[in-house]
Design a protein around this ligand. Structure first.
Ligand code: SAM
Ligand code: SF4
Length: 341
């Protein structure tokens, strides 16, 4: 277990709009073994390794947020499971589950490395994971991820379920790419006892294809699904932004994550840190706070807590994403892989 110098600081984090921040997403690396067309350019430049927080520092940072009332931690990236020795971080953070300080430790992954990590994740107290998968067709999978292998991900999902992890599938809805497969994906996921959420593509970071060409409004997807299935409003909620419906025919649930057609910011309970210790108060805004300097300046957490408080006091009301022909530039210059999904 890593040493923790987090002194007890019970004050919860409440932003200027009265929202309690109890959910932290942590991008443990900006690197990835895929190059999904909506997420990254093929020739991405990654951060120099020396700029990254060590696993010990990430643990200390997460623990400081837990001390300030964070009840859910989600590890993401980049691809979190490609970071060397990342299981040490999961194992170490699991002490907060054991103490009851944390309700949930979870991960969003592309699934490529799950085959070798699923059992260790379960042993570290992870109960639910999100696996991103946009298609069940191997060639299409290769075209979307550029570098990925569908077989690896399928083996990863098998391993996760065998380890007792509750898997939820996340799929980005892509115009003209997987829109003909949405029903198939739903039937497949529900057939394996997994919920599935669809995500609208967001204008984050420069990529080669146009986001306008990729963007498929989920209002349209939902309307089409109503011809195929009986969708019933569900009050099921996770800590994230998905809104769920139950499908009478399959008994499973579909989530809709609609940053573009329906802004869900009013109930935002989360902030994000990058692998260099930058805190983003909103996925869709540029404002950020450096936590690496106060983290490294002292073994005590006073300066760190002061920096967190100052940042939370600036948390914006919400994002202003636009995808249209006039806005040639992405709304936010950094890629999703930097701040984490
Ligand atoms: N590599 C992991 C994965 O793919 O699950 C974790 C990081 S990834 C950035 C997290 C989620 O963000 C994935 O479900 C991915 O499909 C989604 N994503 C990436 N870029 C996006 C974009 N521009 N708009 C909407 N979702 C995006
Ligand atoms: Fe990698 Fe995830 Fe981005 Fe795909 S969506 S390139 S798997 S970080």
């Amino acid at each position: 277990m890593f040493e923790s110098s987090a002194s007890v600081q019970p004050a919860p984090m409440i932003d200027p709009f009265g929202r309690t921040i109890d959910y932290l997403r942590v991008s443990v690396t900006d690197r990835c073994d895929f190059r999904c067309v909506y997420c990254m350019a093929e020739n991405m430049t990654f951060l120099p390794k020396r700029d990254l927080l060590s696993l010990e520092e990430l643990d200390r940072l997460c623990s400081a947020f837990v001390a300030r009332g964070v009840r859910r931690l989600r590890m993401t990236g980049g691809e979190p499971l490609v970071r060397k020795d990342v299981m040490m971080l999961f194992r170490s953070l699991s002490r907060h589950l054991e103490s009851g300080a944390l309700d949930e430790l979870t991960v969003t992954t592309n699934g490529s490395q799950l085959g070798r990590h699923a059992a260790d994740l379960a042993a570290a107290g992870v109960k639910r994971i999100n696996v991103s998968l946009d298609t069940l067709d191997a060639d299409r999978f290769r075209a979307i991820t550029r570098w990925g292998d569908l077989g690896d991900v399928m083996r990863g999902i098998d391993a996760a379920q065998a380890a007792g992890l509750h898997v939820k599938i996340n799929a980005v809805a892509l115009k003209g790419v997987n829109e003909d497969e949405i029903e198939t994906l739903i039937r497949w996921a529900h057939g394996r006892g997994m919920d599935i959420s669809f995500i609208e593509v967001m204008p984050l970071g420069d990529i080669e294809p146009s986001r306008l060409d990729q963007y498929l409004p989920l209002s349209m997807v939902r309307a089409r699904l109503m011809d195929r299935f009986t969708l019933e409003e569900s009050d099921h909620r996770t800590a994230g932004p998905a809104r769920y419906v139950s499908v009478r025919e399959t008994g499973g649930r579909i989530g809709f994550i609609t940053p573009m057609t329906h802004n869900f910011c009013e109930s935002c309970n989360r902030v994000r840190i990058t692998c260099t210790g930058t805190l983003y108060m909103c996925l869709g805004q540029e404002d950020a706070a450096d936590l690496r300097a106060p983290l490294r300046a002292s073994e005590a957490n006073d300066a760190l807590f002061a920096a967190i408080d100052s940042a939370i006091s600036r948390k914006p009301r919400g994002h202003d994403f636009v995808i249209d022909r006039r806005s040639k530039r992405p709304s936010v210059s950094r890629h999703m892989s930097m701040t984490g999904g």
